[in-house]
Design a protein around this ligand. Structure first.
Ligand code: MG
Length: 289
């Protein structure tokens, strides 16, 4: 299933996207439930509930506004730094080389605040008064279904509800200045997400590729097989002593090709359009303003 959160006739709704990607069928949820996007559905399905009935006929996707599938995740998004071999290599040769972790035994994990999530076609606000080094990071994001703590690698995939696309937008100067990365990653609108969640029965995050274009120029094109720490390892690591909940998001890191990794670095400016696409999952495209 592809489950989308969208706004139609002034109301937020949650629905199933058709196989041809042309229509979405709204599901029977209260307005309060729909306002939290797919979260209510994830929580109820994780507890063995069933899919709600259709709330009406399919509507054309071009007639609705797609929102982020989780417009405001229940808490900070978990994010993984330096998780593709080729990206680790480009960082080692960049201005960032002294800021990366000193060990390859454990993944770098940081968070972004939930309020920075915006929809798949929303504008990203460039905080020009704070940063002159805005960068893109195309990423595959895992959405947790059944929660748990101390989840083993072997059990990890049974805790995945589905997958979505995010752009882990980053202010590099702020990221490097503060030691911790959260400030440089959490500016308002710095996490475009969408266009929907593809459920884990149809897609498992392997054998796909993550691509990113800036103003139509291909900048990133990385196979997810190039990840240093795979999805089961990330779930096992993050859930060590920490309970994961239904609807938690784990952004799995970005492939090579970020603006900071270029020589000289190429950062984003107002007017730029960034498209992130993951094969068999979907695409998001956002203008920076
Ligand atoms: Mg990232």
């Amino acid at each position: 299933m592809r489950i989308a959160t969208f706004t139609s006739e002034g109301h937020r709704k949650v629905g199933l996207v058709s196989a041809d990607g042309k229509t979405v069928t709204p599901l029977e949820l209260t307005q309060g439930q729909a306002d939290s996007g797919v979260l209510t559905l994830i929580e109820s399905l994780a507890e063995g509930g069933s899919l709600p009935e259709a709330a009406g006929p399919p509507v054309n996707l071009i007639d609705v506004v797609l929102d982020a599938p989780l417009p405001k995740p229940r808490r900070n998004l978990w994010c993984v730094g330096r998780n593709y071999h080729a990206h680790a290599k480009e960082l080692a040769a960049s201005v960032f080389k002294d800021n990366a972790a000193k060990t390859d035994d454990w993944p770098i994990v940081f968070t972004k605040v939930p309020e920075c999530v915006v929809g798949p076609h929303d504008d990203v606000l460039v905080p020009s008064e704070v940063s002159t080094q805005i960068d893109y990071e195309a990423e595959l994001a895992v959405v947790i279904g059944k929660g748990g703590k101390n989840i083993t690698r072997a059990a990890a995939m049974s805790h995945v509800f589905g997958y979505t696309v995010v752009n882990d937008v980053t202010a590099r100067d702020v990221q490097m200045r503060h030691g911790q990365w959260d400030l440089g990653k959490s500016f308002d609108t710095f996490c475009p997400m969408g266009p929907w969640i593809v459920t884990a029965d149809e897609f498992d995050g392997t054998k796909t590729r993550v691509r990113c274009w800036v103003n139509g120029e291909l900048r990133q094109d990385g196979p997810t097989e190039n990840m240093i720490f795979d999805i089961p390892t990330l779930i096992e690591t993050i859930s060590r002593g920490i309970t994961l909940y239904p609807g938690d998001v784990i952004a799995t890191g970005t492939p090579a090709g970020v603006g900071m990794g270029m020589s000289p670095p190429r950062y984003l400016c107002a007017g730029d359009v960034v498209r992130v696409e993951i094969d068999r999952l979907g695409a998001i495209e956002n203008k920076f303003v």
